[in-house]
Write a protein that binds this ligand. Structure first.
Ligand code: NAD
Length: 256
């Protein structure tokens, strides 16, 4: 490897299984020499995450449910002890109830709306707040978003609104943290068949549309997202902050 991330300590949040975008990102980061800490949401996925992360030498595996402040405090404490300095954060986390991901957006419930916002958007703010004090040498924070933040995508509904809040949060966080040499960006990925995507109705037809209409005539692969995330974590992207980069085969540029 060329070791673009040698000596960098990076937190990777959002691996659930080997299809997770966060897992592809972790592989791209590890290939460039980064040392990784993985978090898992709950005991339900702990075993799978331990098995996967076991393939990456010298990595840490820690619990963190992003809706629980004490988890974030404990995570920051542990990372401070283990890493000392943190250089990067990968936030690849979202959730909305399945019943809010079909039908009409106007029917979204108050608590379904709040839940999607809390896990999918506010969590980036909370994670940044707890982690940036460890990023004393500057660094890079990134999150995962989707075109449904910018346009109305059928069935994406409450998650589209959460992603819009997430993308605005990227800009406000970038403005806050730039003075510390910390950059904050998002990757807007084309649709990929993962656990999270299972919740979205008619996902197959969305994939077909991308194959037909995207300039590159193919769906997005997690490794493509992983390599862009690697770029965002590296010195190569040092002039970029507050940005949303589309990794979608160009789908977002196409009109009717
Ligand atoms: P995934 O299901 O593998 O990942 C989602 C992760 O969120 C899981 O690891 C889950 O454990 C975690 N999570 C949910 N609630 C949590 C909580 N309370 N605390 C901690 N972690 C929690 O699916 P994915 O597709 O890899 O999703 C990763 C990110 O990529 C999400 O933000 C998703 O919206 C985004 N994204 C996905 C696609 C797609 O088509 N798959 C496209 C664009 C953006």
């Amino acid at each position: 490897t060329s070791g673009l991330l040698n000596g960098k300590n990076i937190l990777v949040m959002g691996v659930a299984n080997d299809r997770s975008i966060a897992w592809a990102i972790a592989q791209s980061l590890a290939a460039q020499g980064a040392r990784l800490a993985f978090t898992y949401e709950s005991e339900r996925v702990e075993e799978r995450v331990r098995k996967l992360a076991g393939n990456i030498p010298d990595s840490l595996i820690l619990p963190c449910n992003v809706t629980v402040d004490e988890d974030l405090v404990r995570l920051a404490d542990t990372l401070k002890g283990e890493f000392g300095v943190l250089h990067g954060v990968v936030h690849s986390i979202a959730f909305a109830r399945t019943e809010e991901l079909e039908g009409m957006f106007v029917d979204t419930s108050r608590d379904g709306y709040a839940l999607a916002q809390d896990i999918s958007a506010f969590s980036l703010v909370a994670v940044s707040k707890h982690m940036y004090p460890l990023m004393t040498e500057g660094g890079s924070i990134m999150t995962m978003t989707y075109l449904g933040a910018e346009r109305v995508m059928r069935n994406y509904n409450v998650m589209g609104v959460a992603k819009a809040a997430l993308e605005a949060s990227v800009r406000y966080l970038a403005a806050d943290l730039g003075q510390h040499g910390i950059r904050v960006n998002g990757i807007s990925a084309g649709p990929i068949r993962t656990l999270a995507a299972k919740g979205i109705k008619d996902f197959n037809s969305i994939l077909h549309q991308v194959e037909e209409k995207a300039p590159l005539r193919k769906t997005t692969e997690t490794a493509e997202v992983g390599d862009t995330a690697m770029f965002l974590m590296s010195h190569l992207s040092r002039g970029i902050t507050g940005e949303i980069i589309h990794v979608d085969g160009g789908y977002n540029i196409v009109g009717a």
